[in-house]
Design a protein around this ligand. Structure first.
Ligand code: DAH
Length: 415
């Protein structure tokens, strides 16, 4: 608790402004101006941005494959402009995430205050959208998590959430002559929830897996896939989907059979369904061979121009051509770590000082003083710009500012 007070002691304003709304700071506040600034970027809605291209490709595939009963319109409603400012309730409680679940940690999330936060996943809107009466939807949005710094981690990324609900006759439409039921008063097993019949759980699982395999094939062609059993508070059973891509298994998404308490709690009393959440940045990086996640945030025309004009073509595979690799500059910083230290606090300071000029931060030494028991960490920061060569003067200034901020905000005594 105290750490965050110290972390923000430099900010005297008692309010945080997000999207022109004033929120009162409290002990939970840990969102930084640098992160708030990202909200306006909306990369997923920017025409011909790779994230936008991937979003459209999935939407196009799903909307042409699944139509309403009369065939006249797409079955899935596509949404992409819901604000990332959500309540803690939406992000966690509405999804049955227990009060003491580690995913709520302040180390991993951006809290505006104890009531509001930047969504950590698009799943945050599931309950509300079901409550509005939607039976099938795709929701794309920017999501925020405090994280380490390297080529594949960025505190803002993008997800697409998919949900489909079925009534009893809809789910069992192809099981002729049968009298399957959606619900029973049964027991939970590895294969099903207590309220679901085995037929419900298995039919939903098949439909979910078929839908997702279809999406992956539409994007990647004939790739190898595998399902890994997983656990999420909001689904049971649950899986992760991985594809074999360029010699490695790549995790693309989490999914499962929606917890019936969520569906029922949102007012859909006679339906059961499935949900998934796909990470779009990873998908776009794989699809277009984009080597560094920071490139998505670049406004350099040498990046964006490479994706112009391919938006609606499902099959065209563009391969990103790195325009130039500018020289890196490594600088080390060593400090005694404060008692309640979390590495994400340090990464956050690096981001607020250097922004996208910090390519990678690595812990290269973890030292414990034998007598005092105090620990010191040495981090190596790799400064590199995507667009130009950094001058010595610039990197020195960044490093100097970082040293100041580590002392000021973190209370880390420099060595
Ligand atoms: N929200 C999960 C995450 O961000 C992903 C996820 C898993 C979404 C299962 C879902 C789901 O809708 O059913 O890691």
């Amino acid at each position: 608790m105290r750490r965050f007070v110290r972390f923000f002691s430099t900010q005297s304003n008692p309010f945080v402004h997000v999207e022109s709304v004033k929120y009162r700071r409290d002990d939970t506040t840990n969102v930084t101006p640098n992160t708030i600034d990202r909200i306006a970027r909306q990369l997923h809605r920017k025409h011909a941005h790779p994230i936008n291209i991937v979003k459209k490709r999935v939407e196009n595939h799903v909307q042409t494959s699944y139509r309403t009963r009369n065939g006249l319109s797409p079955l899935f409603t596509a949404l992409d402009d819901i604000s990332p400012v959500v309540t803690v309730r939406q992000n966690f409680d509405s999804l049955l995430v227990p009060r003491d679940h580690p995913s709520r940690s302040k180390n991993d999330n951006y809290y505006i205050n104890s009531e509001y936060m930047l969504r950590a996943h698009t799943t945050a809107h599931e309950s509300d959208l079901i409550g509005m009466g939607l039976n099938a939807f795709l929701l794309t949005g920017d999501v925020y998590r405090r994280d380490e710094i390297d080529a594949t981690h960025y505190p803002v990324f993008h997800q697409m959430e998919g949900v489909r609900l079925f009534t009893e006759p809809e789910l069992f439409a192809n099981c002729e002559g049968s009298r399957f039921q959606l619900f029973e008063n049964g027991l939970e097993t590895d294969d099903k929830q207590a309220m679901h019949t085995m037929a419900t759980s298995k039919t939903l699982e098949n439909d979910l897996k078929r839908t997702l395999t279809g999406i992956v094939r539409a994007l990647f062609g004939d790739v190898k896939t595998r399902w890994i059993a997983a656990t999420f508070p909001f689904t049971h059973p649950s899986w992760e989907l991985e594809i074999f891509f360029q010699g490695d298994w790549l995790e693309l998404l989490g999914c499962g059979v929606l917890q019936q308490d969520i569906v029922r709690g949102a007012g859909a009393l006679d339906q059961a369904g499935w949900a998934f959440g796909i990470g779009l940045d990873r998908l776009a990086m794989a699809l277009f061979r984009i080597p560094d996640i920071r490139l998505f945030w670049s406004e350099d025309p040498r990046f964006l121009s490479q994706f112009a004009g391919i938006t609606d073509d499902l099959t065209s595979l563009v391969e990103f051509k790195p325009y130039s690799k500018y020289p890196p500059c490594y600088k080390d910083i060593t400090f005694w770590i404060p008692e309640d230290y979390n590495e994400n606090d340090f990464y956050e300071i690096v981001r607020s000082v250097a922004g996208d000029l910090a390519e990678e931060v690595k812990l290269i030494d973890d030292f414990r003083h034998v007598e005092t028991g105090r620990r010191s960490h040495c981090y190596r920061i790799n400064y590199r710009s995507m667009d130009r060569t950094l001058t010595n003067k610039e990197t020195n200034e960044l490093q100097e500012e970082l040293r100041n901020q580590v002392e000021l905000q973190l209370g880390g005594k420099l060595r």
